[in-house]
Design a protein around this ligand. Sequence first.
Ligand SMILES: Nc1nc2c(ncn2[C@@H]2O[C@H](COP(=O)(O)OP(=O)(O)OP(=O)(O)O)[C@@H](O)[C@H]2O)c(=O)[nH]1
Ligand SMILES: [Mg+2]
Length: 204
Amino acid sequence: MEKRISSYHPHKVQFVTSAPSLAHCPLPDRPEIVFLGRSNVGKSSLINTITGKRSIALTSKTPGRTRLLNYFDVNDELYLVDLPGYGFARVSTSMRDQWNRHMYQYLECRENIAMAVMIVDIRHEAQKNDLRMFNLLGQWQIPTLIVATKSDKLKKSQLAPHIDKLRKSYGSKCALMPFSSASKYGIEEFWWEVTKRQIVDANS
Ligand SMILES: Nc1nc2c(ncn2[C@@H]2O[C@H](COP(=O)(O)OP(=O)(O)OP(=O)(O)O)[C@@H](O)[C@H]2O)c(=O)[nH]1
Ligand SMILES: [Mg+2]
C-alpha cells in the first residue's frame, strides 16, 4: 500500500559529521541525496527548510560558507549531503580546482548517491558551470532534480516564464521545480519528488 506523501516528511533529523574529504565520509550504508549548486545560491537554506530545522545547516550572506561535506541523517534512513558551492569568484583558481577535483571525485566514486539536487537561482538564466555540472551528473547516471530557489524574489506571474526558460536550457524532460526557503514554498513538492524516485522504501 502506498504511503501518504506527508509520511515522508522528516520526523528525525540529525547532524552527523563534517567531512574534509572522501576518506572522512560516513560509511555508505544508506542512500544519500547530494545538494549542489553555485556558491551562495541557497543550498544550506534549502536543507534547513525541507527538514524543518531552522539552522541545522549553516547559512551565510557571504559566499563560500560551506567548505566541507556536511552530512545530515533523516529518519535513520537517508543522508542529505550539503556540498561546498562551486563558482565562487573570490577564491584562488588553484583552490577552486582543488574543490572541483574533490567534488568530482566524490560524485563519481560514492556508491550510495541515489539522487542529486542541483539548486539554481530562479531569477537567473542557466549558468555555464551549472550546465556543465548537470551534464556531468547525466554522464555519471545520477538522477537529478533541479530546484529553482529564491522564487519569493519574483512576482507570481513571473514564475512560469522563468521556469519555462530554465527548462529550455536544461532540456524539456528535466525534473525542475520552483522553491523558496524564505516563504517555505515547495516543501511538499520536494519530498514528493524524492518519494517518486523511491529513495525511501515505501514499505518500511
Ligand atoms: N530571499 C531569499 N533568500 C534566500 C533563499 N534561500 C537562501 N537565501 C539567502 O541566500 C544567502 C545564501 O544562502 P545559503 O543557504 O548560505 O547559500 P549556500 O548555497 O549554502 O552558500 P555556500 O555554502 O556559501 O555555497 C543567505 O543570505 C540566505 O538567507 C530564498 O529562498 N529566498
Ligand atoms: Mg552552504
